[in-house]
Design a protein around this ligand. Structure first.
Ligand code: 3HC
Length: 314
């Protein structure tokens, strides 16, 4: 169906999921003039998102208006006034022209959410998922609006990273794709167009690279593990130490973070989830093999920056 002309102005946007990604998306939308409903299941989660957004907006304000306290204050007030927090996804979607989902990476949970949103949102409302590795067309299959469905994949930290991947399925209409691209630009991002393939562009290249860095650590380390029974990171030397791998990629390849640092930053559970999903899809692909070390750290709850311990202590 054709999108009503008014939808081109985006008006109210709903972001479902107030975690790191969802709150980042809501923030950049609000700071760029959109009215945003940010939805999650509990007030506590929403309060956490509010704190995160305010602190990030302060950093943006300081950077954008370094010498003008009044403008910085005005920017903060206007941005926060455009944010509305809610625990009711259906009533939020009912007032929105665009709904972006950034909830847990679970196909069934996402499909159930979109099925419910589909019956609550107006016909013209466009749906997008911020999934990092699941199939957009499978998520969209739970709805009756596959032509008005696409992917909008942002990067962490959303307020800083300048890219958004706009993902089209075989059924995404050109109009929906253009609309999502326009939205990406309106929140200050550079959109790139991707087909609905595992990992789109960035994660398809980045995640195997991160896994290769883990394998570099793992090589040779099991010998030490056998000798001392527990292997803590100070004993993991592999082909190189974590610190040297990170230094090498920062200074030798100009990356802002080394791969081991980035693994901790992204979350080891996230990387494991992506890799396990791809391994199930293509079990023979050498780049998609699981890692014992990654599995062990995740099983121990060492998920990276967010838990205070991953490959490094934070
Ligand atoms: N909100 C607002 N501003 C922020 C911010 C935030 N959350 N985080 C950092 N900044 C700003 C800081 O204020 C600072 O501004 P300044 O230059 O004016 O001082 C600037 O960004 C740099 O921050 P820091 O000085 O604190 O730290 P760094 O220079 O080390 O930069 C970083 C931090 C931007 C995270 C940088 O290390 C980086 O770009 N790392 C790589 C991140 C990356 O690769 N992300 C993609 C991950 S993959 C992904 O998300 C996909 C998913 O599907 C898995």
């Amino acid at each position: 169906m054709r999108l009503a002309a008014t939808t081109r102005r985006f008006s109210t946007i709903t972001v479902v999921g107030a975690g790191l990604m969802g709150s980042g998306i809501a923030q950049v939308a609000a700071q760029n003039g959109h009215d945003v409903n940010l939805v999650d299941q509990t007030d506590e989660l929403l309060q956490g998102a509010d704190r995160r957004i305010r602190s990030s907006l302060e950093r943006v304000a300081k950077k954008t208006f370094p010498d003008d306290v009044t403008k910085a204050k005005d920017f903060l007030e206007k941005s926060t006034s455009r944010l509305n927090y809610s625990t009711n996804a259906l009533s939020a979607a009912a007032q929105s022209n665009l709904v972006i989902e950034a909830i847990v990476e679970n196909m069934e949970t996402k499909q159930k959410l979109f099925q419910d949103l589909d019956s609550a949102a107006p016909k013209h409302t466009v749906f997008a998922s911020n999934t990092s590795s699941l199939s957009i067309s499978r998520i969209a299959s739970a709805t009756q609006r596959k032509d008005r469905f696409g992917g909008l994949h942002f990067f962490n930290p959303v307020p800083v990273m300048k890219l958004v991947e706009v993902v089209r399925t075989a059924e995404t209409s050109q109009e929906t794709f253009d609309y999502l691209t326009e939205f990406g630009k309106s929140v200050g991002k550079k959109p790139v167009s991707c087909r609905d393939t595992p990992g789109f562009i960035v994660n398809r290249l980045l995640v195997p690279y991160l896994m290769e860095a883990i394998r570099m650590l793992e090589r040779g380390m099991h010998v030490i593990a056998l000798e001392i029974e527990i292997y803590t990171l100070s004993f993991i030397i592999g082909d190189a130490t974590a610190e040297d791998i990170d230094t090498a990629m920062k200074l030798g390849a100009g990356h802002p973070m080394g791969p081991i640092q980035l693994l901790d930053y992204v979350g080891l559970d996230t990387t494991k989830f992506i890799m396990d999903g791809w391994h199930d899809l293509v079990p023979d692909e050498a780049l998609f093999q699981p890692s014992d070390l990654l599995n062990k750290l995740v099983a121990e709850g060492k998920l990276g920056n967010k838990t205070g311990q991953g490959f490094y202590k934070h």
